[in-house]
Design a binder for this molecule. Structure first.
Ligand code: KIV
Length: 268
């Protein structure tokens, strides 16, 4: 672990009061978690986006709780200073309060997660309350909630009319009052991102929600250029890992085929 103070759910909440922006990236494996932590990331989110960028599914719905626990455990084993948040996958908490508590409990007990993230607003407050009562910090997630993709009718910007804006304000307020330590705001107009961030006392973590959020989250594969599909418009690219991997693999294939690799090692 890098020599910096361990981030906890309360310390992430306190960053808003201190006026310190919060940097969040997704991570799904041990090595990446180490690298992101050494770069100073505040929160490592083991997102259910793993379903798409790691496991190759078309959306986030198929990934299982067992798979998310496995990935969360890999990230936790990096012993990062960053807070490790395990994303609760589709159907691990929707059916009942008991499911929510048991699934969140497994994320912590087996996955080593230090907090969990649940998608949804006021409607899921009873589940959030029960998870919090079990001593597990909760990150909320409203706006575009990919686990409701069929209900939303696609990956669309949310909160574009007055009714939707009022609903999101009510959801954000309900999650803050319930005791979430932060809330992800996904794919909403920047003006609404600003309004929500100013209205609630806990940090907002934006993804396609404009620059006025208290923090920002992106999918790590998107920022390092390690994706095969479409990258959302709001992503900023900080690297081209895909060509590094492709060039290295091509070099290896060429050397193996030509007999250039390996060379003779006399030491054994
Ligand atoms: O699954 C995920 O990676 C997420 C973030 C993009 C917020 O939910």
């Amino acid at each position: 672990m890098m020599d910096r103070k361990k981030r906890t759910a309360p310390s992430i909440t306190a960053m808003k009061k201190a006026g310190e922006k919060i940097a969040v990236l997704t991570a799904y494996d041990f090595t990446t978690a180490r690298l992101l932590d050494e770069a100073g990331v505040d929160v490592l989110l083991v997102g259910d986006s793993a379903a798409m960028v790691v496991l190759g599914y078309e959306n986030t719905l198929p990934v299982s709780l067992d798979a998310m626990i496995l990935l969360t455990a890999a990230v936790s084993r990096a012993r990062p200073a960053a807070l490790v948040v395990g994303d609760m996958p589709f159907m691990s908490y929707q059916a009942s309060i008991a499911d929510a508590v048991r699934s969140a409990g497994r994320m912590v007990k087996e996955g080593g997660g230090e907090a969990v993230k649940l998608e949804g607003g006021r409607k899921i407050v009873p589940k959030i309350t029960a998870v919090l009562e079990a001593g597990i910090p909760v990150m909320g997630h409203i706006g575009l909630t990919p686990q409701s993709i069929h209900e939303l009718g696609g990956y669309r910007v949310q909160g574009r009319n007055d009714e939707a804006r009022d609903r999101l304000m009510d959801d954000a307020t309900a999650l803050a009052e319930a005791g979430c330590f932060s809330i992800v705001l996904e794919a909403i107009p920047w003006q609404l991102g600003k309004e929500l961030s100013e209205a609630i006392p806990i940090p907002t973590i934006g993804i396609g929600a404009g620059p006025h959020c208290d923090g920002q989250v992106l999918v790590v594969n998107d920022i390092v250029g390690y994706v095969t599909g479409r990258v959302p418009k709001f992503v900023r690219s900080y690297g081209d890992t895909k060509s590094v991997v492709a060039d290295a693999a091509e070099g290896f294939v060429k050397d193996v085929k030509s007999g250039e690799y390996p060379s003779i090692d006399e030491s054994y």
